[in-house]
Design a protein. Structure first.
Length: 600
């Protein structure tokens, strides 16, 4: 059995974690099943026929021929599939690859383990786009002017499973549909994007929704005059400007992926992906399929979030599965969670034991020292004792996990689990240390360490950690004034200054609307002035107490400690903080730190 070597150790709690880890790995982490490999020389690519089977073949037949030429020994064929045919074809392995909209892909990934290998670059007016959205539209002579007027009207969409032709549009309309789909007088699913446009044009329905670029394509084909239609925008629809110059009513989402089914070998999938990546933009395959080529698979988390909000597959029955099904689906996650829970229980037991001792000593203290010890002093004593008692098991667990990391018999999954436990224990140690420093700062006992730090390097480090989170929401972190002068050293605590800067920048990212820039300005002429500017207003009611303890508003998970820590750390470095909310809809928060030396 793995993890069964008999080694001596006197580390507190190590044996308990050791035994729990063995049990949980045996319970949850089963060997992965090797997928079956199809040896057939003919491979079928199922394609969602969003504009009908004939149009689908016209668009994608050349791509099948291109792959046949580039992938030796394999012949590829296109299989047009309607919305209601895709799941059956995947379930019965009637096809080998599937090309469909992003929400259908996520559903297939969840239930049938399909794997995306590339994302298309959609050709629109000579350029390639890897994102698309939906346009909600009506006739240009219609009296309908906004989404608020759609309840009680006749409405057309492509299909319940269409992402661009229904789901993204539905998400944009939900604030105005008190009974969701039932709010319409009549809801018609036509099956194709073209037929939705025709239904709106001919007055069969009052309004409809299709994926972006549908109206522009039909106009280029001579089917419609786009001037006969007008778009209806959602309240929070971003303005992408020249980056996406088409009729649009919703946010943008990643383009269609092509995915391999579970029975297709990874080797063949890589060969197909490589061929697609190398497809020239001027090739017949690219021209017929209306793409400029293919790129590495996009991040489809925005589509996951959309489907969760709409509560549709694979999130339709989220939370209703049986306990055993949940265990099977998430056994790896549960293994980590249970081990972390076991670690937490160790802390809880330690804390409970300590609390019992404190309660006992409290009765004696209240009788003997009730006139001599204030409540605040008693609270501080308790905090110090708790901090001391938590550091011991945390340090023991961290040391034990370091010991396990050197075990050459551990598998990759087991090493990952050990790393997670060690990170949690190290974080507990860091939190107790930080709590101690905060206590010193609040009580006036904090002293600056005798060391110089480069605040410029700390800002760069924190920016690297936060930048990915901002980019996931379309937010760009821009800097100004970062030059050689900004590298002047100051006297300070590097860890605390890092926490201050992290809170300063992350608060701005959390408060900023999506797709908006944040400007971080650095001035070190006479003193260090670091300010962060973002769009979004601080509520008038909390501006006077903005840096107060536990002050927060509008954040469900906010603690109100972020801005308080910024002020506390700055003032303990002989600095100050400021808030500028004088311009409506904009906020600037900053800190001012003196350029200190050892002599000061």
């Amino acid at each position: 059995m793995i993890l069964s070597k008999n080694r001596n150790n006197n580390i507190f709690g190590f044996k308990t974690i050791y035994i729990i880890s063995i049990f949980l790995f045996c319970l949850f982490l089963n060997p992965s099943n090797s997928s079956a490999v199809s040896n057939s020389s003919e491979k079928l690519i199922g394609v969602l026929a969003k504009r009908g089977a004939i149009q689908c073949l016209n668009n994608w037949q050349a791509t099948a021929q291109f792959l046949t030429q580039k992938v030796d020994g394999v012949t590829f064929k296109i299989v047009p599939l309607a919305f209601d045919e895709i799941e059956r074809a995947v379930q019965n392995r009637e096809i080998d690859f599937i090309l469909a909209n992003s929400s259908i892909y996520i559903n297939l990934e969840h239930y049938y383990n399909v794997t995306r290998i590339a994302t298309m670059k959609n050709l629109i007016e000579g350029k390639g786009y890897t994102r698309f959205g939906g346009v909600i539209f009506t006739r240009s002579d219609s009296n309908i002017k906004s989404l608020e007027e759609l309840p009680g009207k006749k409405f057309a969409a492509v299909d319940e499973k269409s992402l661009g032709g229904w789901r993204v549009g539905l998400y944009a309309m939900i604030p105005f549909l008190p009974n969701k789909e039932k709010s319409f007088k009549e809801l018609l699913f036509t099956g194709t994007h073209d037929s939705v446009v025709v239904a709106v044009r001919d007055g069969v329905v009052d309004a409809g929704t299709v994926r972006t670029d549908t109206l522009e394509r039909m106009e280029r084909e001579g089917s419609i005059d786009i001037k006969d239609f007008k778009e209806l925008k959602s309240l929070d629809c971003p303005c992408y400007g020249s980056a996406f110059p088409f009729m649009l009513s919703t946010h943008l989402y990643p383009e269609w992926p092509i995915a391999k089914l579970e029975h297709v070998s990874d080797q063949l999938a890589r060969r197909v992906a490589s061929a697609l990546f190398a497809m020239p933009a001027d090739s017949i395959a690219a021209a017929d399929s209306l793409v400029t080529g293919w790129t590495i698979p996009s991040n489809y988390q925005p589509v996951h979030n959309l489907l969760k909000s709409l509560k549709v597959d694979p999130y339709k029955d989220f939370g209703k599965v049986t306990l055993w099904e949940a265990v099977k689906q998430h056994r790896g996650t549960l293994a980590v969670a249970c081990v972390l829970l076991a670690v937490s229980l160790l802390f809880a037991v330690t804390f409970f034991s300590l609390n019992r001792r404190l309660e006992s000593s409290k009765d004696i203290a209240e009788k003997e020292l009730s006139m001599r010890i204030s409540e605040e002093t008693r609270r501080k004593d308790v905090e110090n004792m708790v901090r001391h008692e938590l550091r011991s098991p945390a340090a023991s667990i961290s040391s034990g996990m370091t010991y396990l990391q050197m075990d050459e018999d551990l598998s990759a999954d087991q090493l990952l689990l050990v790393d997670e436990i060690k990170k949690m224990a190290d974080r507990m140690l860091h939190i107790t240390t930080l709590n101690q420093e905060i206590s010193k700062m609040e009580s006036g006992r904090f002293k600056l360490k005798d060391g110089l730090i480069n605040i410029y390097d700390i800002v760069e480090k924190e920016l690297s950690l936060i930048r990915n989170y901002g980019e996931s929401r379309g937010i760009t972190l821009r800097t100004k004034g970062f030059n050689e002068l900004s590298k002047r050293p100051i006297k300070g605590d590097e860890s605390l200054i890092g926490i201050m800067i992290r809170n300063l920048i992350s608060n701005a990212v959390e408060a900023s609307p999506n797709e908006k820039d944040i400007l971080i300005t650095f001035d070190s002429t006479d003193s260090i002035i670091l300010s962060v500017h973002n769009l979004g207003s601080v509520p008038v009611g909390i501006r006077e107490v903005f840096f107060g303890k536990y002050v927060t508003k509008g954040k469900s998970s906010g603690t109100g400690l972020g801005t308080y820590l910024i002020k506390l750390i700055a003032e303990n470095h002989r600095g100050s903080v400021f808030l500028d909310a004088s311009i409506e809809g904009e906020t600037t928060v900053g800190v001012v730190l003196p350029i200190l030396t050892f002599d000061e």
